[in-house]
Design a protein around this ligand. Structure first.
Ligand code: ADP
Ligand code: MG
Length: 231
């Protein structure tokens, strides 16, 4: 993931609000990066732009070596179905579907066949420790389990890039720690690039690199030797 002088200006009424201010960033494939900073500093804006959920006002974003400058909505949809997994603070599971149906959803959208889907869903639910909950609906799960189901759904298509926006924000500290440990495990096993937005210092410390943001800018980067040595 590479950003070159990326800015995002929101217009609200006649006001212009700078969400992101000329951010340049080059993230090495397979690293786990955390972004921390006060509310309103641009963390979600950054992730939304990388996910193609919003477009930059200026600057350019590259995903897997490809410029997204001329991406259409269809190109972004394809990129998300193939290369990107997204985890939000609110789990956004479909309430009427079971856990396994929720997790199967992205594969069905890709047109994968039934046997592949079943195999992958079982595999990923085992990985996040939710196999025994496959047939349950989201409302029957704890918050931590719902977020693990959401992570399973985000990674079932084996994305190279995982974007997580405050994934522990709705969880108590015990379940929050579990979710961060799961992200760390994914980095160790599959080497995706993980971008984690968090206000939790403890969560950020699981990352290889910790970026601090302020007023739409990146202000510093800390290399987390402990996490890198563990990986
Ligand atoms: P964070 O995730 O770090 O809390 P955000 O990226 O959500 O911060 O927001 C950065 C700035 O952009 C804030 O000042 C916020 O109010 C503003 N902002 C975010 N989204 C919008 C929007 N859709 N319309 C107008 N302003 C927005
Ligand atoms: Mg946010």
């Amino acid at each position: 993931v590479t950003l070159d002088q990326v800015s995002k200006v929101y217009e609200r009424g006649g006001d212009h609000i700078c969400g992101l201010d000329q951010v340049s960033l080059d993230i090495t494939t397979g690293t786990f990066c955390a972004f921390v900073g006060p509310s309103g500093c641009g963390k979600s804006t950054l992730l939304n732009l990388i996910a193609g959920l919003d477009v930059p006002t200026s600057g350019e974003i590259w995903i897997e070596g490809q410029s997204t400058a001329r991406f259409t909505a269809n190109d972004w949809t394809r990129a998300r179905r193939q290369s990107i997994g997204i985890v939000f603070q609110a789990f956004h599971l479909v309430p009427g579907l079971t856990v396994e149906e929720n997790v199967a959803f992205p594969l069905l959208l890709r047109g994968e066949q039934g046997s592949t889907v079943r195999h992958r869903v079982v595999e990923v639910l085992a990985l996040v420790g939710l196999l025994h909950r496959s047939r349950h609906r989201p409302s029957e799960l704890s918050g931590g389990e719902q977020q693990r189901a959401a992570i399973a759904r985000a990674i079932v298509h084996r994305p190279k890039i995982i974007l997580a926006d405050e994934p522990t924000g709705n969880l108590d500290s015990h379940h929050g720690t579990e979710i961060i440990a799961l992200l760390r495990l994914l980095v160790q096993q599959f080497k995706p690039t993980v971008l984690l937005v968090t206000h939790s210092v403890a969560a950020a410390e699981a990352a290889d690199y910790i970026w601090t943001m302020k007023d739409g800018r990146l202000v510093s980067r800390t290399v987390n030797q402990t996490a890198l040595a563990g990986a």
